[in-house]
Design a protein. Sequence first.
Length: 82
Amino acid sequence: MSMQYTLRAVPSAIDRALRRRAKQEAKSLNAVAVEALARGLELDAKPVAHTELDELIGSWQDDPAFDRAVADFERVDEEVWK
């Protein structure tokens, strides 16, 4: 069961941030406010997406074909680089 709240004296900076996020995410102001409250209270049910790349450490493999393909990117055009 969901409850209904009325909030008063919301600081203008919070109002602007909530409205900006609602517009960016194409969500209602209510949905964004509830999500912000849940995050603030650490009740967010969504698991945190970690972006560490630790599993790639030590996995590099030499690939001469790749090195040849990207060799042009290492060359500096002196006429353009002034």
